[in-house]
Design a binder for this molecule. Structure first.
Ligand SMILES: *Cc1c(COP(=O)(O)O)cnc(C)c1O
Length: 360
């Protein structure tokens, strides 16, 4: 079997160009005679890889000079802990609960102080983003925390919450680099890279400099942002190969026209799918319209057996990983940057044919 259309929420589809380049460089990276996996992280060759990755990310996101870019092992759940361990000086933090990832992050922070849920959309299975224009933000809050794009439920904050002057921390794992962002509106933007950027096992944290260096007592060395900031993310052996692939994805994004161009392409893909869902008599999207994600599109038929049949037939036709998250059921198509428009068009054609066949 050749390549299929992979709608996985993560680890997820990567650009074919990037995979091919990595394959070409596997036996001999640019005349070094070794692969990047076998190379010293202290070598000039690797230094160039990590420096270029950081530079390209800074260019793509227009990251201001007073923010550090940190490559941190461990993925999303490690950031759930690092955020409070590094920021919770007053031992108070406010969390907006829009899904399981925000909930887990809040729970983790409760180990280090008072982490409160100041808004939640759990009453309707996280199918919307709560009104965040006037929240009961604690005067002592060290930060306000959001999960910007909710991978499991298919919602996104189109407008950032009013934090009443408090620092905003955002988990952008599943919308990282999907569109331009104003980094200066955030204290920390972090994302696990396995959704929209690269291989699993690493997060990139973009941290405003003044927040670095006051970790809670007892914070392990490898969980302090300062350790990464002071060493250029090379205090110990980093996930070298993951950084290398992320760097290639950044170059691919630049070649594709940067984040404005990605946004246009992502909007086009999301529109194809939502337009179909909105007119379908079989499939529907459970999310409030104004809160729809353009990265993770959820849909249901309302019949569990039919859902399962659809997922199985789609898989056989070369559209894989369309099953919804195990906690919500139904279907989900994750249509990250690397999913071509054609993949979404073909999926919709398949859904249409399935609907016609089943309606008979
Ligand atoms: C996948 C995901 C996580 C969890 O990431 P891990 O690397 O598995 O710990 C956290 N937040 C969001 C938004 C995610 O999509």
């Amino acid at each position: 079997m050749g390549r299929v259309y992979n709608f996985s929420a993560g680890p997820a589809v990567l650009p074919e160009e990037v995979l091919k380049e990595a394959a070409d460089e596997m036996m001999d990276y640019k005349g070094t005679g070794v692969s990047v996996m076998e190379m010293s992280h202290r070598s000039q060759d690797f230094q160039n890889i990590i420096d270029e990755a950081e530079k390209d990310l800074r260019d793509l996101m227009n990251i201001p000079d007073n923010y550090k870019v940190l490559f941190i092992q461990g993925g999303g759940h490690v950031q759930f802990a690092m955020v409070p361990m590094n920021l919770m000086k007053n031992k108070v933090a406010d969390y907006i609960i829009t899904g399981q990832w925000a909930k887990k992050a809040c729970k983790e922070a409760q180990m280090y102080g008072t982490a409160k849920a100041i808004a939640s959309s759990e009453d309707k299975v996280f199918s919307y983003i709560p009104d965040c224009s006037d929240l009961p933000i604690d005067d002592d809050a060290d930060y306000v925390y959001i999960c910007q794009n909710n991978t499991i439920y298919g919602t996104v904050f189109h407008t950032l919450p009013n934090t009443k002057g408090k620092d905003l921390v955002a988990d952008v794992s599943s919308c990282f680099l999907s569109e331009p962002v104003d980094v200066s509106k955030y204290a920390i933007i972090w994302g696990g890279v396995q959704k929209n950027v690269g291989p699993a096992g690493m997060a990139i944290a973009i941290v405003r400099e003044d927040l670095i260096g006051e970790a809670l007592p007892g914070t392990p060395t490898m969980l302090k942002y300062s350790t990464y900031a002071e060493s250029g993310s090379l205090y110990n052996t980093p996930p070298c190969y993951t950084i290398y692939i992320c760097g290639k994805v950044f170059k691919w994004l630049k070649k594709m026209g940067g984040l404005e161009a990605m946004k246009a392409r992502n909007e086009q893909k999301a529109k194809i799918l939502y337009d179909f869902l909105d007119q379908s008599k079989m499939f529907s999207n459970p999310v409030r319209k104004e809160d729809r994600s353009m990265m993770n599109v959820t849909f249901v038929t309302g019949d569990k057996d039919l859902d399962a049949k659809f997922v199985a037939e789609a898989k056989a036709a070369g559209f894989i990983n369309l099953k919804g998250h195990r906690t919500v059921g139904g279907m989900r198509a994750s249509i990250y940057n690397a999913m071509p428009v054609e993949g979404v068009e073909k999926l919709v054609a398949f859904m249409k044919a399935f609907e016609e066949k089943e309606a008979k």
